[in-house]
Design a protein around this ligand. Structure first.
Ligand SMILES: Cc1cc2nc3c(=O)[nH]c(=O)nc-3n(C[C@H](O)[C@H](O)[C@H](O)COP(=O)(O)OP(=O)(O)OC[C@H]3O[C@@H](n4cnc5c(N)ncnc54)[C@H](O)[C@@H]3O)c2cc1C
Length: 365
């Protein structure tokens, strides 16, 4: 019998790739729903200056950021696809000396725990603009060289290819969960399928999948609208830009700059661009980078972040069932922590010792 991973976003493909490489026979299932978070995710991997202060989540994010180079190297052996991962550095913006001191101290104290934070330096406006030319005039920044970016969609494809290279099977359809005598099975278009284990990594849809077997997850979709603009400039080495708000900016090598993102709690699965949402991301983006006013608006993507009761993910077994693992709730940090959490869930699925105490992330809390 197979182990089934439901959901082929960043988390599901990371789990499936990890397990398949270790000789487990995995069936990965995906319905390709509109609003898959991984397709819309911005791609910032930089927990070194963060507005979220939860220590457990920070430890996970730190491990996630450190895990990236290892994973990217591994994927080079298994897939000829790019991941878009690059250590491009980050600029944390501040309005005054007090802001800069706080950001600087935060990054320096995190560097005491890991060299991965890299160089930490205060920059005046002119120095910051040398790194990110369209920046507004009235801000300074703390530069952190260990900030990185990744293209979520590309990484997702590379993981999938690596999984398939090792013999993994992908089933492209919507499935449901059902249970019998404490065992979960899946209902597919080909009929019911008994499985060794189900690993539910269906992002924001995971709650609906669990309802028929009587499991009530505290999870909801949070819509994010995110704009991609194109400029004539060479953006390849531009750092990630982190203002003091929940908005941010990052560039990719194809002269593309991404303005992120709305955080629309209560949106449900309403897959629409809204006038207010598009206005918000463009307004916030152009306030921080007025030099991009003349850039070409390419597209605005929509994604549903899987949001649990707090910012921490929902990870672990559900005691009513012998063969069910839940892995979701990555919220706004899924591209940072998804690959590493995939490894942890892989360890759990294999019955190995998990290198992080998952009790902080009880899925039914
Ligand atoms: C606008 C935006 C910006 C973001 N920016 C960042 C960022 O800069 N850095 C960062 O770290 N994180 C970021 N995130 C968060 C990150 O993108 C998400 O946390 C992460 O992608 C979630 O991945 P996932 O695999 O859990 O879910 P998803 O990527 O949503 O994948 C879930 C999959 O499950 C499938 N599925 C659902 N139900 C079924 C079913 N019944 N049968 C079969 N398949 C099913 C769906 O088709 C989907 O493909 C951002 C998110 C958004 C929306």
């Amino acid at each position: 019998m197979k182990q089934v991973v439901v959901g082929a976003g960043i988390l599901g493909t990371s789990i499936a790739y990890y397990l398949q490489k270790r000789g487990v026979d995995v069936l990965l299932v995906d319905a390709d729903f509109k609003g898959k978070a991984t397709k819309a995710g911005a791609g910032i991997v930089c927990p070194w200056v963060s507005s979220r202060k939860d220590p457990d989540l920070y430890r996970l994010a730190r491990a996630g950021a450190i895990y990236y180079p290892e994973l990217v190297e591994e994927l080079k052996q298994d897939s000829d696809l790019e991941t878009g991962y690059q250590l491009c550095g980050a600029l944390a913006l501040g309005q005054d000396e007090e802001d800069l001191d706080r950001l600087y101290q935060e990054a320096v104290s995190k560097r005491e725990e890991t060299d991965f934070v890299g160089e930490v330096r205060k920059l005046n406006n002119e120095e910051a603009k040398e790194m990110f030319p369209p920046l507004q005039d009235d801000v300074s920044a703390v530069y952190v060289s260990g900030g990185a970016r990744v293209d979520g969609q590309k990484l997702n494809e590379a993981l999938l290819k690596g999984f398939q290279k090792h013999g993994g099977e992908l089933l492209e359809e919507e499935i449901s969960l059902a249970s019998d005598d404490g065992e979960v099975y899946i209902e597919t278009g080909r009929g019911n399928m008994a499985v060794k284990q189900v690993i539910l990594a269906a992002g924001a849809w995971s709650k609906d999948l669990l309802a028929p077997i009587g499991v009530d997850l505290t999870l909801e979709p949070q819509r994010g609208q995110i704009a991609h603009v194109y400029t004539e400039q060479d953006t390849r080495d531009w750092p990630v830009v982190l203002p003091q708000t929940s908005h941010y900016m990052l560039a990719f090598e194809d002269s593309r700059v991404v303005f992120g993102a709305t955080r629309e709690t209560g949106s449900g699965f309403d897959y629409r661009l809204t006038a207010g949402g598009v206005h918000e991301v463009l307004h916030e983006g152009l306030t921080v980078a007025p030099g991009l006013r003349d850039a070409t608006l390419g597209e605005v993507r929509i994604g549903f972040r899987p949001m649990g009761p707090d910012y921490k993910p929902l990870l672990g077994r559900v005691s009513d069932f012998d063969n069910l693992i839940v892995a979701t709730g990555l919220g706004p940090s899924g591209l940072t922590i998804g690959p590493y959490v995939g490894k942890l869930i892989g360890q759990l699925a294999l019955g190995e010792e998990v290198e992080v105490d998952l009790s902080y992330y009880d899925p039914l809390r």
